[in-house]
Ligand binder design. Structure first.
Ligand SMILES: Nc1ncnc2c1ncn2[C@@H]1O[C@H](COP(=O)(O)OP(=O)(O)OP(=O)(O)O)[C@@H](O)[C@H]1O
Length: 312
């Protein structure tokens, strides 16, 4: 269980993280999503006890990271962004070195290393020098290092960054496998990453938490999208007055055409009557479709809000 309360971190005048609160239950896989510079890495460094917050608290299984840092850190495995590794070391030597840094007793190390190598499928490269490995394998070494002490919480910063499609597939499979035994937080700016492996998403925007939602709650309510050659001032009152339609928003403009999104309980069921009413008014219907309010749409909306807030 991770509890984050009113967490902030400033770098001089820059507010990298501002008043962020969330809690994560045991066994969850949570995606921390946001554009570059949104504050993801800063949050992860604070969660892992490597960076002190300017304000706020973090507890890991009830341990306050400020007061019981070492004990809290023992429960956490961390794959930093661009995980630093010694290129001249072999995979096994690197894991042995990390095991010593983690404080594993010498007698425990061989079994811990064997298990980490098995789980990350590094066996064929165990005696290879890290400098000779592909980026995909180097990331696996980073993950193996992070799981040596069998942490109950794993924090992975951009685990698929720079990997090719086959390596990405492998890393996602590995993440799912790791999630069977640990709570996972994965930072990424790739939407598909979150959709592929996470059950919940936290979207960061300019240092603030813009959205905290389960993925199955996103997309539960599809919208009906209507394309018309009418101005919003003319279309909005008519669309809003339609039976069974809640709020209506203007999405975008393409020449003289505009797309409007209609909130409704059942978009598919509402489509025929919406088409009929609009045709009866003599309006040309250039498009009528149901749109899943998926993560991409949501992320776009959150980003747009930020741009509107920034640019007035
Ligand atoms: N040590 C530092 N000193 C000054 N500013 C920093 C420092 N580390 C991060 N920042 C700034 O804080 C903000 C948040 O950075 P952070 O690395 O947490 O974002 P991020 O969401 O992880 O981005 P990315 O996806 O690019 O890694 C950025 O504006 C960044 O430039």
């Amino acid at each position: 269980m991770i509890e984050v309360r009113h967490l902030s971190r400033h770098y001089g005048a820059l507010k990298a993280v501002q008043d962020v609160s969330f809690s994560i239950d045991t066994g969850e896989i949570v995606g921390l999503l946001g554009h570059n510079g949104a504050g993801k890495t800063t949050i992860m460094k604070m969660l892992t006890g490597y960076l002190e917050p300017s304000a706020g608290t973090i507890t890991i299984d009830g341990l306050d990271i400020a007061e019981q840092r070492r004990e809290a850190q023992r429960r956490i495995g961390y794959l930093p962004e661009n995980c630093p590794l010694y290129p001249e070391m072999t995979v096994l030597d690197s894991l042995d070195y990390q095991a010593s840094l983690l404080g594993l007793a010498p007698a425990q190390r061989p079994a811990a290393i064997r298990r980490a190598v098995e789980r990350t499928e590094l066996g064929p490269k165990a005696t290879a020098a890290i400098g000779t490995l592909s980026r995909g394998y180097r990331q696996r070494v980073g993950v193996a290092q992070a799981i040596l002490h069998e942490p109950r919480i794993l924090i992975l910063d951009e685990p698929t960054n720079g990997l090719d499609p086959a390596q990405i597939q492998h890393m996602r499979a590995l993440v799912r496998e790791l999630a069977r035994e640990a709570t996972l937080i994965i930072s990424t700016h790739i939407l598909q990453e979150v959709e592929a492996v996470c059950g919940r998403v936290l979207i960061m925007r300019g240092g603030q938490l813009a959205l905290d939602s389960r993925l199955d709650a996103i997309g539960r309510r599809p919208r009906l999208v209507v394309t018309l050659d009418r101005a919003p001032s003319e279309a909005l009152p008519v669309l809003s007055a339609l039976d069974g339609i809640g709020s209506v928003v203007t999405l975008d403009v393409d020449g003289t055409r505009r797309r409007f999104a209609l909130e409704t309980e059942d978009a598919q069921a509402a489509a025929p009557s919406v088409a009929r009413v609009l045709c009866e008014r003599g309006w040309s219907l250039h498009g009528l479709e149901t749109e899943r309010q998926d993560l991409e749409a949501l992320f776009g909306a959150v980003t747009l809000e930020r741009m509107e807030a920034t640019h007035g």
